[in-house]
Every structure is written in structure tokens, then in C-alpha cells.
Design a protein around this ligand. Structure first.
Ligand code: ACO
Length: 428
């Protein structure tokens, strides 16, 4: 993995030789671990755009080529042949399951779908209009108080049980947060249903009637969840790793990830896309006017759902979801004016020099918002759906970190720019 070296010389003339690391794919990396010790220098990289914080074998992204691999498998192939739960197994354990392993994994996840009754009481303590993400942050963190039997982070079995519990209980918690928010009764999970259908039943079902999952809705959600299952070292995953690096328990670590995901620059973007499309429709603005505003440097408006920090090509997830968006809206007869506007915007930007030059392509949020709206998922649940899908990615990274012999507590440095040392005034 390591070959030649780069050399850096500090102010006092002391040099450090930095070994170059090569992963399976991706750019060559200068290993700066010895830099401070050997030269007294350290590196400055706000936003970590040039910094690898860990080695990971879970997910690979090539933003220039528009490639996303989970454990080496292209996202397009997984979307076509796999299921969300199979992808959970793959992300957690590194290999696709055999049929027997898959059956056993499904049994384990299914048997952990219920939450402690006191969690329902806990949810009832939230204000009637609490945002479902606020409830998710609080409730997932609170789960640590229910599972003292399995929070020894140094025990691999405990780590695995916690991971399985989190994946299994997240749809139940997500649906309960929604039920509390809307005043609907809580439904217990129905273990005769699959993972996604169980979630839609707990969310949309009522105790007075039998619930029949809609296969179109289930298939659409399954794909959205699979596409959002992991995305390497993004803000929320890095937050989970950093939180967990201090030895925090998995529930507390995942709660920190949910808090990070909540921000509009991360998981909240698909909600912003719908708000933007609604506002354009409502105002009667033309596509030309909208694009002109997005290009105007004196106007803070940006086209929501366009551009990505990593993808400087079409986001492969956006390509897959775009097709599904077309198919689904045809079947459901969903929000056509909104979708037509989205398609016109996509076409116009792909032909516009400003967007082409800057490599601003529609991202996954551009389409996922439209699909979730067509499926009657309320807007304040969009980020909760993302959190539910990403839990497996977060917990897989958390497990990988604990198995990594190079793992240390995360503790970045800083460039201090405050007042120089001075004395407290004593004679005034
Ligand atoms: N609309 C108009 N112009 C844009 C947009 C946009 N959506 N995104 C970037 N630009 C322009 C910038 O003004 C800048 O132009 P300049 O070079 O003339 O100054 C150039 O493109 C580069 O933009 P940066 O902000 O430097 O790109 P960065 O990689 O830092 O930002 C981001 C990426 C935050 C995603 C940005 O493209 C954006 O704000 N997009 C809209 C919000 C969005 O869709 N977020 C979801 C991201 S996907 C996810 O989190 C799952």
C-alpha cells in the first residue's frame, strides 16, 4: 500500500519524509502522521477537503467519473439485483450473504423491530408539534439507557448486537416520531411484513383497518433507502466516527450522526428542492428567470438539488432515481406540474454554459424529494427517511473504526488566531 515518499521541510530546516499511500482505488495520499513529531509542522485543512481521516473498506466514490461502490459492487448493480436488507448485510459484514446467512440476518432484524414500551412514553413527553428529527436525535440517544446489556464497545458481540438493534428499531422509531407529531396511534411492528413494508404500515396504517402495503410504494422506498445506505466520510458519518472515537456508546454516536444529518447543507437538501419548486410554480417565474437568478452573484439564490462537493459528474444515484421518478409518477399520477418543472430545469441547466463549466449536475436530492412527495411522505419526514437509510452506513463505519488497529481518539489541531499571551490587569 505504501511506496515512495514526499519530503517536507519545516522552518528550522528539519525534514520529514512522508510515505505515499495507495488505496485500492483513488488518489495517492501523503501520510502526514509523522510530520508534527519530526518537523513541528502540522497541516491546515478546514472542511477536510484534502484530508483522509481513516482507512476504510466500505464505500468508494469517484466524483469525477460518477462512480459509487459499496464493498466494491457498483451501485447500479446493487439497485438492480439487491434489496435494502441485503445491502445492510453487505455494508456491515463486507460480503454478500449466502441464502442461509440472509435468512438468519432477516430473522435477527425482524425479531428486534419492537422498542421498549417506555420509549413510547418518552415520545409522549415531546410537544405536540415537535419536529420528527428533534425526536429522533433525542430518542436514539435515549436508547442507550435501555440496552446496558450490550454497550461494551470493546466486545465485538456487543457491537454487533447494537448494530442489529439500531437497524431493526430505526423504522419503528421513525414511524413513532411521525405518529406523535400527527397525533396518530402507534402501531406495533408486524413481523410478517418485510423491512420497508413494516415501516409504511407503522407510518400510514391505523389500528381500525387491515393495512395492505402498496408494492409500488414499497419498491420505491426500498430503492431510495438502498441508494442512501452509505456515502463514505460525509459530515454525519465523520461525526459518528469522531463521537465514537472517544468510546461513546453506539446509540449516542448514531444520535450525533442524526444531529449532523439534520443540517440543510447535508440531509435537509431534498426538502429545500420541493420548497424551491413550489415557490417557482407559485410565483409563475419562467425557467429562464430562475436560472438567471441562480447565476447572478448578487443574488444568494442557488438551484437546490444541483451541484455536489464530491461529484463533478452526474451523481450515479441521481441517474437511477431519475428513472424511478419517471416510472413512479406515471404509475401514481403524482405531482405532475412539479415533476414537469423539475425536468425542464434539468434540461435547461444541462445545456447552460454556467452549469456545464462548473460541473453542476442534478444530485440525488433533486429527485428524491419529488418521489417522497409523490409517496405522501410529509416534508418534515424526508430527513428522517434519510437517517433511517443511513443508519447502516453509520454503524458499519463505527464497527470498522473499532476494529482498526490504527484507530485513535479524533482530536484535530487548530491555527490559533486569538490574542497573544497577555497579563490580567491588576492595578485599575
Ligand atoms: N446553483 C448555482 N450555482 C451554484 C450551485 C447551485 N446549486 N452550486 C454551486 N454553484 C456555483 C457557485 O456559485 C460557484 O460558482 P463560482 O465558481 O462562480 O464562484 C461554483 O458553482 C462552485 O460552488 P461551491 O459552492 O464552491 O461548490 P461546493 O462543492 O463547495 O458546494 C454544494 C457544493 C454545497 C452542494 C453546492 O453545489 C450547493 O449549494 N448546492 C445546492 C444545495 C444542494 O443541492 N445540496 C445537496 C448536496 S447533496 C447531499 O448532501 C446529499
Amino acid at each position: 500500500m505504501s511506496d515512495s515518499v514526499a519530503t517536507i521541510t519545516g522552518e528550522d530546516g528539519k525534514s520529514a519524509e512522508l510515505p505515499l499511500l495507495r488505496g485500492t482505488h483513488g488518489p495517492v495520499v501523503a501520510d502526514v502522521r509523522g510530520l508534527r513529531k519530526e518537523t513541528g509542522l502540522f497541516t491546515y485543512d478546514p472542511g477536510f477537503a484534502s484530508t483522509a481521516s481513516c482507512k476504510s473498506s466500505i464505500t468508494y466514490i469517484d466524483g469525477a467519473e460518477g462512480i459509487l461502490l459499496y464493498r466494491g459492487y457498483p451501485i447500479e448493480q446493487l439497485a438492480e439485483h439487491s434489496s435494502y436488507l441485503e445491502v445492510c448485510y453487505l455494508l456491515m459484514y463486507g460480503e454478500l450473504p449466502t441464502p442461509a446467512q440472509m435468512t438468519s440476518f432477516e430473522d435477527i432484524i425482524t425479531n428486534h423491530t419492537m422498542v421498549h414500551e417506555n420509549i413510547r412514553s418518552f415520545l409522549n413527553g415531546f410537544r405536540y408539534d415537535a419536529h420528527p428529527m428533534a425526536m429522533m436525535v433525542g430518542t436514539v440517544g435515549a436508547m442507550s439507557s435501555f440496552y446496558h446489556d450490550s454497550t461494551d464497545i470493546n466486545n465485538p458481540e456487543h457491537r454487533e448486537i447494537s448494530a442489529q438493534r439500531l437497524i431493526a428499531k430505526m423504522p419503528t422509531l421513525a414511524a413513532y416520531c411521525y405518529n406523535h407529531h400527527t397525533g396518530r396511534p402507534f402501531l406495533y411492528p408486524d413481523n410478517s411484513l418485510g423491512y420497508v413494508a413494516n415501516f409504511t404500515r407503522m407510518m400510514f396504517g391505523v389500528p381500525a383497518e387491515e393495512y395492505k402495503p402498496d408494492p409500488t410504494v414499497v419498491a420505491a422506498l426500498e430503492l431510495i433507502m438502498l441508494l442512501h445506505a452509505d456515502h463514505e466520510q460525509n459530515a454525519s458519518t465523520s461525526t459518528v466516527r469522531l463521537t465514537g472515537s472517544s468510546g461513546a456508546n453506539p446509540f449516542a454516536s448514531i444520535a450525533a450522526g442524526i444531529a449532523s444529518l439534520w443540517g440543510p447543507a447535508h440531509g435537509g437538501a431534498n426538502e429545500s428542492v420541493i420548497n424551491m419548486l413550489d415557490a417557482i410554480l407559485y410565483s409563475g417565474e419562467t425557467i429562464e428567470q430562475t436560472i438567471a437568478r441562480a447565476k447572478d452573484k448578487n443574488d444568494p439564490f442557488r438551484l437546490m438539488g444541483f451541484g455536489h462537493r464530491v461529484y463533478k459528474n452526474f451523481d450515479p444515484r441521481a441517474k437511477l432515481i431519475q428513472k424511478m421518478c419517471h416510472d413512479l409518477l406515471q404509475q401514481l399520477g403524482g405531482d405532475q406540474p412539479l415533476f414537469e418543472l423539475a425536468m425542464e430545469l434539468e434540461k435547461a441547466t444541462l445545456a447552460d454554459e454556467y452549469f456545464v463549466e462548473r460541473k453542476l449536475y442534478p444530485n440525488v436530492d433533486f429527485y428524491s424529494g419529488i418521489i417522497l412527495r409523490a409517496l405522501d411522505i410529509p416534508m418534515n419526514m424526508f430527513t428522517v427517511m434519510f437517517a433511517m437509510s443511513r443508519t447502516v452506513g453509520w454503524i458499519s463505519h463505527w464497527m470498522e473504526m473499532h476494529e482498526d488497529p490504527e484507530f485513535r481518539i479524533g482530536r484535530p489541531q487548530q491555527v490559533y488566531t486569538g490574542a497573544a499571551r497577555r497579563d490580567y490587569p491588576t492595578n485599575t
